[in-house]
Write a protein that binds this ligand. Structure first.
Ligand code: OFO
Length: 176
């Protein structure tokens, strides 16, 4: 059993992960509208990753006998379809999520909640990957320059991404 404080914080984290999913879905739609279908697919894969993150926490709460309390999601604000600006926003967003995961880990440690501590460690590793993915795209953009040919090639490359997580939530352990 986990404390009420930890359960509340995990419910908050579920909301943040779902808000991330919603943000990436909005970004994906924006890029698809502009004809950047590769970038749109990359962002749609990211949407699935975020939903998986949320559902993994959801399953953990149920496994621990705690209540899942779903909260309101803010409408995502996607103002740009410029590659560089958009992926800078992705990186910035992920850095914020990393902070939030580390905060949750610190809370579990302070409570001597070893089960939650071990569980959240998976997300710490995942955040390294999330930040690396966005940084690499920005690096590639710098290397290629901003020409339309470069964006065309990068768009094709981004379209090769497939989600590395379960996209059916029936496959998420504990979530049903
Ligand atoms: Fe769930 O890692 Fe991105 O936001």
């Amino acid at each position: 059993m986990i404390s009420r404080k930890i359960a509340d914080r995990i419910n908050e984290q579920i909301n943040r992960e779902m808000a991330s999913a919603y943000l990436y879905l909005g970004m994906s739609a924006k890029m698809a509208e502009k004809g950047y279908h590769g970038a749109a697919k990359w962002l749609l894969s990211q949407y699935h990753e975020e939903m998986f993150h949320a559902m993994k926490f959801y399953g953990y709460l149920l496994d621990q006998g705690a209540s899942v309390e779903l909260k309101t999601l803010p409408a995502p604000e996607v103002k740009t379809s410029d590659f560089k600006e958009l992926f800078q926003k992705v990186l910035e967003h992920e850095k914020g999520v990393t902070k939030s995961i580390v905060e949750l880990l610190a809370m579990a440690k302070a409570e001597n909640d070893y089960a939650t501590e071990i569980f959240v460690q998976w997300y710490v590793g995942e955040q390294v990957e999330e930040e690396k993915n966005a940084s690499e795209i920005l690096q590639n953009l710098d290397l290629l320059g901003g020409s339309s040919q470069a964006l065309f090639l990068l768009n094709i490359e981004l379209g090769k991404r497939v989600p590395e997580v379960a996209t059916s939530f029936l496959e998420v352990e504990g979530a049903h």
